[in-house]
Write a protein that binds this ligand. Structure first.
Ligand SMILES: [Zn+2]
Ligand SMILES: [Zn+2]
Ligand SMILES: [Zn+2]
Length: 448
């Protein structure tokens, strides 16, 4: 198998792929101090889809509640009768997934009752894909080869993690290892796994559904050219596993396109630490330099803020274990004890959790009360056009509509729509759901 080729052909191939995707409106360039980047070849308005990408590989991250193939969340899913790990909406999804699942199915079976972490499954899929199509595998590998691994700059802690991952991967793949040993002589399996894992960790994208819930993780090599900004001019949304890059600001010709790699609802130090840890660079964007909005985010008593912060992970744990009642009680206790302003990001987190827990428990009035309190802070932190804010407004509008507050609901849903047509686009499934909800609300108003 021709795995190693010259650097030149790697570049040519990557350029060809990227050119293809950008259809004359974008170009790859050397961004000062950042390496590869993408810039606009002409003036662009907001609300445009400028790149569309299918993942090279992807894997579900909610193994029990989302389809392994299309990543839709569903209450009832069919289980793969062999590994009992993969789950599907129906036999159609299962048939479509089989080609990619066949080999991992054996590996998954061999490690039962343990299920490997997502990153191990994802790297496993890359390796199977490389082995599965020897003719094109080398081509696809180039795009993977070109991804930056940052392994040299990684901290000892990260390197330890990668070594751990590589060992887990080797254990996971042992059923299929014979073929991997057919790779060229001198091919250091463990080292190679480590490198691929490092690349995957730095270059994978979390796939979220229309409601901005994380459902999977995928590798989109061409998207790895996009650099980060804490105040980006583009956002990424998904339609199934398909990634859409959308403009959310006017972008003049020559300007670099940026996305945010992380949730921006975090104070400067937190953002910078996470970017350094996960992506090995120090962000020096305008927002970081000005420490913009830090004061708002940490508003209120510092001691109380730290106390609430330390309870957030416990709260998330409770919610993920479907113990909504306990979660709601903890939220109320924290709010009554610490009195932080709603714009404090930890308080905001509590409000969000309280809304979700109330929805789970069917306590609509309470859910709406908590939801409404999040809207102003959301507009502060997700200013401009941000998909997270659109989805939050839609959630609140839905609650208002459900409780017969049709005029209020209509107002909230319209706000959501104005953002969503920019962040998702009018054709996106989520925008269409929102439009249906607005029709429903309008019909309710007429029927009053
Ligand atoms: Zn499905
Ligand atoms: Zn299976
Ligand atoms: Zn920044």
């Amino acid at each position: 198998m021709r795995i190693f080729e010259t650097r030149r052909s790697i570049c040519i191939l990557l350029c060809a792929i990227v050119d293809n995707m950008m259809s004359g409106i974008l170009e790859k360039f050397q961004s000062p101090g950042k390496g590869n980047g993408v810039r606009a070849l002409k003036d662009m308005s907001h609300g445009l889809t400028v790149m569309i990408a299918e993942p090279y590989v992807y894997t579900v991250c909610r193994i029990k509640t989302a389809c392994d193939h299309c990543l839709h969340r569903k209450e009832k899913l069919l289980r793969c009768s062999q590994c009992k790990v993969a789950r599907y909406c129906n036999s159609h999804c299962q048939r479509k997934a089989w080609q990619g699942h066949k080999r991992e199915c054996k590996c998954l079976r061999s490690t039962l009752p343990n299920v490997p972490p997502n990153s191990v499954r994802l790297v496993g899929k890359i390796i199977f894909k490389m082995l599965q199509k020897p003719d094109t595998a080398s081509e696809e590998l180039y795009t993977i080869s070109d991804l930056q691994s940052h392994i040299k700059e990684a901290s000892e802690e990260v390197k330890d993690g990668l070594r751990h991952l590589a060992t887990a991967l080797q254990h996971y793949l042992k059923e299929e290892i014979q073929e991997i040993s057919q790779l060229p002589p001198g091919f250091q399996v463990l080292e190679y796994f480590g490198k691929v894992s490092a690349k995957v960790t730095c270059n994978s994208f979390t796939i979220s559904d229309g409601e901005m819930q994380d459902v999977g993780v995928g590798l989109y090599p061409s998207m790895s050219l996009l650099n980060h900004s804490c105040d980006p001019n583009c956002v990424i949304v998904f339609e199934g596993t398909c990634l859409l890059l959308r403009t959310v600001k006017e972008i003049p010709k020559g300007e670099e396109l940026t996305i945010s790699y992380i949730d921006v609802k975090m104070p400067t130090q937190g953002r910078r630490d996470q970017l350094q840890r996960q992506y090995c660079f120090l962000c020096d964007c305008q927002r970081c330099l000005l420490r913009d909005k830090d004061e708002d985010m940490l508003a209120g008593d510092a001691e109380a803020s730290r106390e609430v912060e330390s309870s957030v992970s416990r709260l998330e744990e409770l919610l993920s274990q479907n113990t909504a009642e306990e979660a709601l009680n903890l939220c109320k206790t924290l709010m009554n004890r610490y009195y932080l302003p709603d714009k404090n990001i930890y308080q905001l987190k509590i409000l969000d959790c309280a809304m979700d827990a109330s929805i789970d428990l069917g306590l609509w009035e309470e859910a709406l009360h908590f939801g409404l309190r999040t809207l102003e802070p959301y507009s502060l932190y997700y200013s401009n056009y941000h998909p997270v804010r659109a989805v939050q407004l839609m959630k609140v509008g839905k609650l208002q509509n459900y409780q017969g507050l049709f005029a209020e609901a209509m107002k909230t849903l319209k706000q959501a729509f104005d953002i969503m047509k920019v962040t998702h686009g009018r054709d996106h499934g989520q925008t269409q759901q929102l439009a249906e909800l607005m029709n429903d609300c309008e019909a309710n108003m007429r029927g009053m």
